[in-house]
Design a protein. Structure first.
Length: 102
């Protein structure tokens, strides 16, 4: 059983007891969440497709922890001009555990 759900502006294919990383959510660690923007649900081969979302379907999740991703370095340079610039970015993420698909 799996579902395609929209979480924090992105679509994820999720299954029960799966851990995924999403963009930072404004919830405390250990908090229970429910996402009702379910676009597709598969129950043992019976596929339900929403237009654009399924009514009455939801995915329940639990926040495990908040982390920062690896640093991504952005380096810009223009040759023969003496211009170079280095910039770094670390994305804030939330790890969640999918507890149930209803």
């Amino acid at each position: 059983m799996y579902a395609i759900v929209e979480i924090a502006g992105q679509q994820f294919k999720v299954e029960k007891e799966q851990k995924i990383f999403v963009h930072r959510l404004h919830s405390d660690e250990g908090a229970e969440l429910s996402f009702d923007t379910v676009m597709l649900k598969d129950e043992d081969g019976k596929i339900s497709i929403g237009t654009p979302k399924l009514e009455g379907a939801e995915v329940k999740a639990k926040v495990i922890k908040h982390i920062k991703d690896k640093k991504v370095l952005v380096f810009k340079k223009k040759r023969r001009k003496g211009y170079q610039k280095m910039n770094g970015h670390r994305q804030c993420l939330t790890q969640i555990l999918i507890t149930d698909i209803l």
